[in-house]
Design a protein around this ligand. Structure first.
Ligand code: DAH
Length: 343
């Protein structure tokens, strides 16, 4: 029995080592391992016969079997390294990379003109001590209208009444809603701007879009006057457009300010003489503003006997068109690279 198994093991070893030697790929080498050491492998099968040996024979054969396994594994690991190395060499030879070929060039990008201008607006106002606040675009009608002194049935609501989600929820038509949210959540003194997207039922043309951007401003403090509002807006526009720009405050009516004004700027194309761009007027309407109505302050829990407040809301598109002398708003939305790359 012992002699028989000794011979079997010796023969097995010869064959296994030869098979390792002859394997010409990692796959076939692995197959050899399974055939020899696997659950149903040849060595395993031989070892299963150990039970038939006597107690003295078993350790002798066990030792031989271990030596066979060890030799197999050593030879196997040398061979598998050889195969891996030659694989790499083969790939190096066949998969040549021509490093002199030109690579794929990354197109350089530029910021969108609306963002450039918005950043300038933020920069100017933050340097004057304002902070930024934001409000939701899907907004409750009370913040967009009611608390801004514009109850249901008010004519000013008609012009903007649009894009309802349900009876009490609307895509905001103005950033003035953020004034209310701010006064309700912060104690005066307050100085904030709030840029963001707004929605209107407007047809697209060279000066209108159903989605556009506004920047709201709100200051609440003791003793503020219309003079503070004028000074603030003059400082802002002179920093944005240069000292030659002129502002004109025209009386107007907004339900949430008293007094209210619209502000025109002297036309950037003709400097005020009148041209196609300003429709012969010499002035371009830029924003709405005024002293916040005492009732609006009261609505938000601010005492109008103690505090006064001014507010303004400007269209960022309009400011951008004027900043870059662009004569059609649609260019801002068309994503034409020939246009966008110029900024
Ligand atoms: N909300 C106005 C609009 O969309 C602009 C405006 C006017 C904002 C007067 C204000 C304001 O804060 O006081 O045309």
């Amino acid at each position: 029995m012992v002699i028989n198994m000794r011979e079997q093991l010796a023969e097995l070893k010869e064959r296994a080592l030869a098979a390792i030697e002859n394997a010409d790929s990692i796959k076939s080498l692995e197959d050899v391992k399974v055939a020899f050491l696997g659950k149903k492998g040849e060595l395993t099968t031989v070892l299963k016969q150990m039970g038939k040996l006597t107690a003295e024979e078993r350790p002798v054969i066990g030792q031989i079997a271990n030596q066979v396994r060890e030799e197999f594994e050593n030879t196997y690991s040398v061979k598998i390294n050889d195969l891996k190395n030659s694989d790499i060499l083969k790939r190096l030879e066949t998969e040549k990379i021509d490093i002199t070929l030109p690579g794929t060039r990354l197109k350089s990008c530029s910021r969108h003109p609306l963002n450039i201008v918005l950043d300038e607006i933020k920069e100017i106002f933050t340097s004057m001590g304002y902070t930024m606040v934001y409000g939701p675009e899907v907004e409750e009608t009370r913040y967009v209208f009611d608390l801004l002194n514009t109850p249901e049935g008010h004519p000013a609501r008609d012009e903007q009444d649009t894009f309802y989600i349900d009876d009490k929820t609307i895509l905001r038509t103005q950033t003035s809603s953020v004034q209310i949210r701010t006064m309700m959540s912060q104690k005066p003194p307050i100085a904030v701007i709030s840029p963001g997207r707004v929605y209107r039922c407007d047809e697209v043309d060279s000066t209108h879009s159903p989605i556009f951007h506004q920047c709201e401003g709100l200051v609440v403090d003791k003793g503020l006057t219309f003079g503070d509002l004028k000074g603030t807006l003059e400082t802002f526009f002179k920093r944005l457009y240069g000292n030659d720009i002129k502002l004109r405050f025209r009386p107007h009516q907004f339900p949430y300010t008293e007094p209210s004004a619209e502000v025109d700027l002297s036309c950037f194309k003709c400097g005020g003489k009148g041209c196609r761009f300003c429709k012969g007027e010499g002035w371009i309407e830029m924003l709405g503003c005024g002293m916040v109505h005492p009732q609006v302050l009261r609505n938000c829990g601010v005492e109008p006997e103690e505090y006064t407040s001014f507010a303004f809301g400007m269209g960022i598109e309009r400011i951008t068109l004027m900043r870059y002398e662009i004569d059609d708003m649609r260019l801002l939305y068309e994503n034409d690279m020939r246009f966008l790359r110029q900024f």
